[in-house]
Write a new protein. Structure first.
Lengths: 314, 329
């Protein structure tokens, strides 16, 4: 059909336009490449990593980078490159899950607060304020030290030792903690958007037509609020990667031998300081990778913002 | 108002008031005053007619239109439409009534959702009122596009790809989709170029004939209102001061405000225009927060009397269906 063709080309061209604007913006393009690389690495970690992440070779302890071990080996004789590659998988998994939790909580709560105002708004936004004011790290400590042992105890006593012994719970703690804290910022952003957009005449028009409230929020308000949400999210992804890193660094995130950039740094930090600067690669490389990801998300977010809001740069 | 003839009257407005509260304080909000945007209106809109509603900016015209359609819930009063008091309807009942009453907005750039295609915009009322779906809906949308003079192949385009006049046609098509009886046209042409205004006016007239529509036509352009309306209501500071047949209004205006308003219309004949006597009103429109006592117009009225400052003149029929609210008439 001629019409559906017209429709298809139209959609394509809008996306092509955004893509072109990102790719012609050097920092954003670089960010996109780094992010893409991380996702590919995460997806194909078993094929990319030359060794298993926990495979020890006790003849090769603390070796500097070489042809066999690109990023050297750590104190337990594990291949640093393989651990970092597998670390990408942990990071991507945490980033995606936390974002999912943030969106699932932040979008409906923010939209409701903005659309309904009044009491619903007051309650939702005060909870968000508390989350903002409350030190996030403390909350994670709380979850890790109270809920996690409880669940582990329950899992052991009910015969689910699989659950208690593997790293699933560590992931659950990180995702739950970051997810529950992180929605507040998103909800604030969405609320502000909804408050402005609902004043616009097409929303009144939708009401005049007889569009039900739920559909007004879903079809008229939220689609017009997505741009800042996408931008904030793409920048927030870097923060989540960083948060996962510091939680694992502090030992309340992913536990060794599970590979996480944060715990790789933590494991090697002591040795690094004692023998500075001979074993610089042990901390420097995972740190660099983590920093690169955070920068990449920020550059990409900036580029996306410009691409989605043509008036900013033109 | 004299008892409206039920077979003639489509909408009856009784004692309609809309006050917007002014609040102070952040945590504990308290009301400090009201903006009396619409302050007691009584009129009817007859089946098949166009009732023009004129008045200067801020006099409450748009609020009236929106309060009738319950887009703003009125502070007081009743609006009877199809045997129901709209002001007493809630939620789903009211939503279902919207099928019979629609609105055309002033700003065609703001009143269409920029993220929806024209097909989705026009098809939405069909969907939410369960009128048609899928292929049937698509056909109806294309038919509507044709009715308002647009290419039916535009269904997949977005509003920003159209000119102001075309967008207003999209807005008109959307309001026609559900076959309404009554449409509030809220300054539908004041945001358009003069050359496009005539097109939209003609379209609205054509559609009225074709679909037996009843319009409440809100405008501030007196010549446009004269052209399109059967009867005209003149509003000043939240009240209707005069309401009558358009010819009677232009020939024999009774209210001093109407006279002043009409004297401001330029006449496209240089000889006559030179002799045109203008009544210049002094001062500004008072604030609707604290409207003047008695007749709202007394602060600017050239023929003000003592009684005007004390008593609010009744809105009454002075003969030949000519309604006016003035002590001097």
């Amino acid at each position: 059909m001629a019409q559906s063709d017209l429709f298809a080309t139209r959609r394509q061209s809008a996306q092509a336009y955004i893509l072109r604007r990102i790719l012609t913006n050097p920092p954003a393009a670089l960010g996109a490449i780094v992010i893409g690389l991380m996702f590919v690495t995460a997806l194909f970690a078993p094929f990319i990593a030359p060794y298993a992440y926990d495979q020890q070779n006790l003849d090769q302890i603390e070796k500097p980078p070489s042809a066999a071990h690109w990023f050297g080996t750590d104190a337990l004789g594990r291949d640093m490159f393989s651990r970092i590659v597998w670390g990408a998988r942990s990071a991507v998994f945490v980033i995606l899950m936390v974002t999912l939790v943030n969106l699932a909580l932040g979008i409906p709560l923010g939209a409701l607060a903005g659309y309904l105002e009044g009491w619903a708004d007051t309650i939702i936004m005060r909870v968000a304020d508390i989350l903002f004011a409350f030190p996030g790290l403390l909350f994670v400590f709380f979850v890790a030290s109270t809920i996690k042992p409880g669940v582990m105890h329950w899992a052991r006593s009910s015969g689910l030792s699989e659950l208690a012994n593997t790293g699933y719970l560590d992931y659950a703690v990180v995702i739950l903690a970051l997810g529950v804290i992180g929605w507040a910022g998103l909800a604030r952003l969405i609320r502000a958007q909804v408050l402005t957009i609902k004043q616009r005449e097409f929303v009144l028009g939708a009401r005049a037509i007889g569009v039900p409230t739920s559909r007004i929020i879903a079809r008229h308000i939220l689609p017009n609020a997505v741009t800042p949400i996408i931008v904030a999210m793409s920048m927030g992804l870097g923060d989540i990667a960083l948060s996962e890193g510091y939680l694992s660094f502090l030992g309340i995130g992913l536990q060794p031998p599970a590979p996480s950039w944060g715990n790789i740094i933590a494991e090697n930090a002591g040795r690094y300081w004692r023998q500075f600067p001979q074993m610089i690669w042990l901390v420097f490389i995972p740190g660099l990778v983590l920093a690169a990801i955070v920068f990449a998300f920020n550059f990409f977010g900036d580029g996306l913002n410009e691409a989605l809001n043509p008036e900013i740069s033109d | 108002m004299a008892d409206p003839k039920p077979e003639q009257s489509l909408v009856q407005v009784k004692g309609l008031k809309k006050y917007f509260p002014i609040t102070q304080g952040i945590i504990l909000q308290r009301k400090v005053a009201d903006v009396k945007a619409v302050d007691g209106l009584d009129f009817e809109i007859r089946r098949g007619e166009t009732l023009g509603l004129v008045g200067e900016s801020g006099c409450g015209k748009s609020t009236t239109g929106r309060a009738i359609l319950q887009l703003y819930r009125p502070t007081a009063g009743d609006v009877f439409f199809k045997g129901k008091d709209l002001c007493k309807l809630q939620g789903e009942e009211l939503r279902k009534m919207r099928r019979h009453m629609q609105m055309i907005f002033q700003d065609p750039y703001a009143s269409l959702n920029p993220r929806m295609t024209v097909g989705d915009i026009i098809g939405e009322p069909l969907e939410v009122h369960n009128i048609s779906k899928g292929k049937e809906k698509k056909e109806r949308v294309q038919e509507l596009l044709q009715i308002v003079g647009l290419n039916p192949y535009f269904v997949n385009r977005y509003p920003h790809e159209f000119s102001g006049g075309q967008r207003q046609r999209i807005g008109v098509a959307r309001s026609l989709a559900v076959n309404p009886d009554f449409i509030v046209c809220d300054e539908p042409i004041s945001a358009l170029d003069v050359s496009i205004q005539a097109q939209i006016i003609n379209l609205l007239e054509e559609l009225q004939q074709k679909f037996h529509l009843t319009y409440l036509f809100i405008a501030h352009d007196l010549s446009v209102v004269r052209h399109i309306s059967d009867r005209i209501a003149v509003m000043y500071l939240g009240k209707i001061v005069e309401l009558t047949d358009r010819n009677a209004l232009y020939k024999t205006p009774l209210h001093p405000y109407t006279k002043a308003l009409l004297s401001a219309v330029p006449i496209p004949d240089p000889v006559v225009e030179e002799k045109r006597e203008r009544i210049i009103l002094v001062g500004d429109v008072p604030s609707p927060v604290r409207p003047p006592s008695g007749c709202h117009f007394h602060t600017r009225c050239p023929i003000v009397m003592d009684i005007c400052k004390k008593d609010d003149p009744a809105f009454r029929d002075v003969g030949a269906d000519h309604w006016v609210a003035c002590h001097a008439v």
